[in-house]
Ligand binder design. Structure first.
Ligand code: AMP
Ligand code: MN
Ligand code: MN
Length: 314
């Protein structure tokens, strides 16, 4: 697979790189890392990144020129990263479908293997980690390494989540040798909150509900709240982790309604509940300990639907 991917990159003159809708740190980090690696090693190729609504916290790893799409017509190659399902590419599905060759590099257990060549490793912490197994770290610039490191720290919750493995740490060790200030990246992209994020998290935590002897903790931000505050998914970053790390909690849920009747359900578990199963049952996906789905129902019904599936597992 390593050879197929490097051959395809070498042979293609125009390359599109895309990740999932509402990109997170791994999505932005892996896409920008792949972009900068190709742009630096193959300056003659046309490379464009398709990501929308990138949270401002990741500005330091965004190459603006990657988002100015210079290429006309079909791409020779589309590389989908950190994306388990073609529908989640949003915005660039047509570019993916019209590309001559397609690759998917991903770690979602629910991945549907939608590309011509699929490199899907559910045990990997992140798509960014996978890219480090495909491209030689020795040949990466400090910028590329920084983007991929950012992706790894975001999907591992700074090396806390169970997806963190020996390979994750070894790769991270090699990346920090490039010399970037990793402490600053962790503080500013992971822990730092804006005032609005603080308030959105505060609202959810204040209204969080504890059920099943404290094993389930959930919070709801309905359309009324979202509409009146103008909150977006980035404003709830970290909220679900605060609930997950509450004493006695096995499953944490966060329901957000960005459009009326369209509920985004985020799920996390600590020890034994497979939340990816519950997400898939509702048309979503993800990992055993972190998954999500979008449910088109009134928010109370969406909550009841998910709770119904969770309580039997608790
Ligand atoms: P989130 O709760 O949005 O942080 O997502 C947790 C994990 O579940 C991530 O790995 C997402 O990629 C995945 N996920 C979230 N929502 C969906 C969805 N609607 N469909 C498929 N996967 C999802
Ligand atoms: Mn992601
Ligand atoms: Mn990821």
């Amino acid at each position: 697979m390593k050879k197929i991917i490097s051959d395809l990159i070498r042979q293609s003159n125009s390359i599109a790189i895309g990740g999932h809708v509402r990109p997170d740190g791994d999505c932005v980090g892996s896409c920008m890392g792949m972009y900068s690696y190709i742009a630096e090693h193959f300056p003659d190729k046309e490379v464009d990144v398709y990501l929308t609504d990138i949270p401002a916290a990741f500005d330091f790893i965004v190459c603006d020129e990657a988002l100015e799409h210079g290429h006309q017509g079909d791409y020779d190659l589309y590389i989908a990263q950190d994306c388990g399902d073609v529908d989640r590419l949003e915005g660039s599905i047509e570019k993916f479908q019209s590309a001559k060759n397609t690759i998917c590099i991903d770690h979602h257990i629910s991945n549907t293997e939608f590309a011509d060549h699929n490199y899907v490793v559910p045990e990997a912490s992140s798509a960014s980690e996978l890219i480090c197994t495909l491209l030689p770290i020795e040949e990466m610039s400090e910028f590329t390494a920084k983007a991929l490191y950012t992706g790894i720290i975001h999907d591992t919750g700074v090396f806390r989540h169970s997806c963190t493995g020996r390979q994750t740490m070894e790769i991270a060790g090699k990346l920090i040798e490039k010399g970037f200030d990793f402490g600053k990246i962790i503080d500013e992209s992971f822990y730092q909150k804006t005032y609005k994020q603080l308030k959105c998290m505060g609202y959810c935590l204040e209204n969080a509900v504890s059920e099943y002897d404290g094993k389930l903790c959930y919070a709801v931000a309905d359309y009324e709240f979202i509409n009146s505050t103008g909150a977006t998914s980035e404003h709830f970053e970290g909220t679900i982790d605060q609930m997950r790390t509450t004493e006695g909690v096995e499953v944490a849920l966060l329901l957000t309604e960005y459009n009326p009747g369209e509920v985004k359900v985020s799920m996390r578990s600590n020890q034994y509940v497979d939340v990816s199963k519950i997400a898939v049952a509702n048309g979503g996906g993800g990992h055993v300990r972190a998954a999500g789905a979008t449910i088109r129902k009134p928010i109370d019904e969406a909550l009841a639907t998910v709770k119904e599936l969770i309580w039997t597992e608790l």
